[in-house]
Design a protein around this ligand. Structure first.
Ligand code: 5GP
Ligand code: ZN
Length: 113
């Protein structure tokens, strides 16, 4: 999609620190990390938000969650981690391309602010 930062990251038109890639998704380090480990997992396909997924995306969404688990192992987050999906304006979403935040290596406050 034109002018979508995360599509551009997936297409390597914008540099990022990619930590995983396959034919369906990319995971990369957040530019402004909120924890020592702060990764973003995105589908290569442009989906605006979690509010815009469909039944066609069931397999993709499942694979993204399995990738979260595997990345958490790779980044040694055995003590735990937080996953966040901000959705649309009230959810605090600032980039309109579905992404899962994976945060770890610090104690998270509960509930999130
Ligand atoms: P949101 O607020 O939409 O849930 O999260 C968007 C995230 O994308 C933010 O944590 C922000 O730091 C990150 N971000 C925005 N632009 C870029 C970029 O160009 N590169 C990378 N690596 N992260 C970005
Ligand atoms: Zn996009």
């Amino acid at each position: 999609m034109l002018d979508c930062i995360f599509c551009k990251i997936a297409n390597k038109e914008i540099d990022s620190q990619i930590v995983f890639e396959d034919d369906k998704m990319v995971a990369f380090k957040d530019l402004s990390p909120q924890a020592p480990v702060h990764l973003l997992i995105i589908p290569k396909k442009h989906i605006q938000s979690l509010a815009d997924v469909s039944e066609d995306d069931v397999k993709l969404l499942g694979e993204m969650l399995i990738r979260v688990k595997k990345l958490a192992e790779e980044f040694e987050l055995e003590n735990g981690y937080r996953t966040v999906i901000n959705t649309r304006g009230d959810g605090g979403q600032t980039v309109d391309h579905l992404h899962i935040h994976l945060l770890g290596k610090r104690k998270m406050q509960c509930p999130p602010g």
